[in-house]
Design a binder for this molecule. Structure first.
Ligand code: ZN
Length: 351
């Protein structure tokens, strides 16, 4: 985790953001060359900036941390990142331009970073921005349903809905305000897309594999939406019922593999969070799956021998065509932080 944070710190833009494509301009010549061109869509720069900040916050670093690595103070990294997010917030609380494709992804990831930063520090620097980001998250929900790419677009999907629930849960823990009825819509959406076999669909029940045509259709299908649904239900209700247990059994059968189009960092993140929080750290399901996760993920992290790429993961999974090396590194760091980022929902404590 520390190596990945050091890579992120070295590749932050001067303005405080992390750029999906241009982060290679920050590459450190002293460490031998560049990380190489990254795939990705520049539109998602606010989203990967939120993810990168969540990786620091999840490891316990805030804007007041004095820890320095490679001459970079982590507290400064976090402060500059959060300040950048706040300068990208509009009058209604939306972070990032509404002209960007799928702009609600950018918003929810930045809203989560603001809310966690406020929850950890109670700093007045972030309270207003965090509250307004939560307000916009609530405003963007389809009435009585879930969320999708824009403000109340009529249709919902389970992926954005999962992140929005995380924003609300974080807001609840941080003492920010929102109407609890927002959870009812999320539950209703999840019930609507969950089948008798406990699989949760993306846009509808039984939707199966989700692809971006011309980009990732060769990658394998995983029960990512089931993982997101289990995670969201667990965070909202803190109750392990048959739907959650059935979903976890499906996840546990799909053990992490890297080769042959199997790599899916988003699936591993959501499944790790779902299994750890719903089944608990001492459960057999979690322990066996996590052993496979560790032996799949950790040996693929770039090391000192790889020069500037040290600490990062190559952007080669199913979703790297969207978020590039910053996404790959931040989300894998978050996956490895699952042990301490949230305590098990059923063994006491909220975080
Ligand atoms: Zn680099």
């Amino acid at each position: 985790v520390l190596a990945s944070l050091k890579w992120l710190a070295r590749h932050q833009e001067r303005d405080g953001s992390w750029s999906v494509l241009n982060h290679v301009e920050q590459c450190n010549a002293v460490r031998k060359g560049s990380c190489g061109a990254s795939p990705g869509r520049q539109d998602f720069t606010p989203g990967v900036t939120g993810l990168a900040l969540l990786a620091f916050l999840g490891a316990g670093y805030t804007h007041i941390s004095r820890d320095a690595h490679d001459g970079i103070v982590f507290g400064d990294v976090v402060r500059r990142g959060l300040q950048w997010i706040m300068t990208r917030q509009d009058a209604e609380g939306c972070v990032g331009p509404r002209t960007a494709a799928k702009y609600l992804y950018n918003h929810v990831l930045c809203a989560l970073a603001l809310s966690e930063a406020y929850g950890m520090t109670a700093s007045t620097l972030f309270k207003d921005a965090a509250q307004r980001a939560v307000d916009f998250t609530v405003a963007a929900q389809n009435p009585g349903k879930g969320w999708r790419y824009a403000i109340r677009p009529g249709e919902s999907d389970t992926s954005v809905t999962g992140w929005a629930v995380m924003v609300l849960k974080s807001a609840e823990i941080a003492g920010l305000e929102f109407p609890r009825g927002a959870y009812d819509g999320a539950r209703k959406w999840l019930d609507e897309v969950t089948g008798d076999d406990f699989r949760a669909g993306y846009r509808f029940k039984g939707s199966g594999k989700t692809i971006i045509r011309g980009d990732n259709e060769l990658f394998s299908h995983h029960e990512t939406m089931t993982a997101v649904a289990v995670m969201a239900r667990t965070f909202m209700d803190r109750r392990r019922d048959a739907t959650i247990a059935g979903g976890c059994a499906l996840l546990a059968r799909d053990e992490p593999e890297w080769d042959g189009g199997e790599a899916d960092f988003m699936f591993w993140y959501a499944a790790a969070l779902a299994l750890y929080t719903a089944e608990g750290p001492s459960s057999a399901l979690w322990r066996r799956w996590n052993e496979k996760l560790k032996t799949t993920l950790v040996p693929r992290q770039r090391t000192r021998r790889d020069g500037c790429a040290d600490g990062s993961w190559d952007p080669v999974d199913r979703w790297s065509g969207e978020g590039g090396r910053v996404y790959a590194t931040a989300i894998n760091a978050l996956t490895l932080e699952v042990y301490y980022r949230y305590v098990s929902a059923f063994t006491g404590g909220s975080r």
